[in-house]
Design a protein around this ligand. Sequence first.
Ligand code: SOE
Length: 397
Amino acid sequence: MNRTTKPTLGVAMVGYGFMGAAHSQGWRVAPRFFDLDAVPVMRTIVGRDAERVEDARARFGWERAETDWRRVIEDPDIDIVDICTPGDSHAEIAIAALEAGKHVLCEKPLANSVDEAERMAEAADAARARGIRSMVGFSYRRVPAIGFARKLVQDGRLGDIRQVRAVYLQDWLTDEDGPMTWRLDKTLAGSGALGDIGAHAIDLVEHLTGSRLATVSGTLETFVTERPLLGETVGLSGTASEERGRVTVDDAAWFTARLAGGRADRAVGSFEATRYATGRKNALRVELSGSRGAIAFDLEAMNELQFYDATAPAGEQGFTRIIVTEPEHPYMANWWPTGHAIGYEHAFSHEVVDFVGAITSGSDPEPSFDDGLHVQRVLAAVERSAAEGSSWTPTAP
Ligand code: SOE
């Protein structure tokens, strides 16, 4: 099909912060590098501040700017609603969009509470019956090294996975005078490091192994309970104002888990999520230890995967550093010649490719809102366990 004769899908994106920038890049670039069966058209960007959203529109290349998300829900030119707002508005926007027949891509974590996530999953089920698709933006599933690792697991190259280790380490809160941002406010973010980055670690382990975290036991900690209020946003943080506010979320979360089903049935796992890991900028690390082999991944070296083949002759065993930049690796054939690396933003293009692919082929994209609901239940179980003194807490309803 010629690009100019392909059907189009009108996209509206709600939110224009860090994630709005990343998603804009995904929508813009994906149809230029991948042969999609429908071309997404960046119609409308939505944000509450008229001046800022207009600025974002011009910078990211959207056709129109709106200050009320309800306008795009009513707009017949919009087929897809992409939600990049803080978690407190996910449920309301997603449910309204699904009921209006729009496909919905929603940033992670799916919601701020299990109750909201349940209502979103119900709306997604009802919409699915009408051919409307929904997906959660756990973008790291779309890193080629993760796709490749998953294939090794599925092909049985690790055998039975007995132990998993997953950490997500950042350090942008180590400065005690760093200002409050929405990510430190429970009413906006739902939780702290646990939901913001721990959710990625949970999703990635479940995606790689096909297993579920069935019970958890955890602890949460808030090191700095008061911070200056935010002046101007800069990156993840910003400038400080004179006034101070209370931090209402965890700074760090640790938990252990027992897994069930999939390749890591009856495995045990340890998880850590923190924004106080001095010197670690964006280190999402996952290690899976199995009866036939092991893998280790670190997002700070995202084009690499470490693979240990325990079936190799004894004298030749050792972790092999595989550079995941070959056309044989997931998504890579559409980018650069062999050996040329990709970066953080590419995962958002891959997310668009997979979401549009599901819409045009009439299949269900993953992670589904049900998957997002399950992650929400794990987060809630960790919080309950921490409140009750690290007791073993089931994640099932
Ligand atoms: C901030 O901690 C953050 O931007 C997360 O919100 C994202 O999900 C992660 O991709 C990078 O870090």
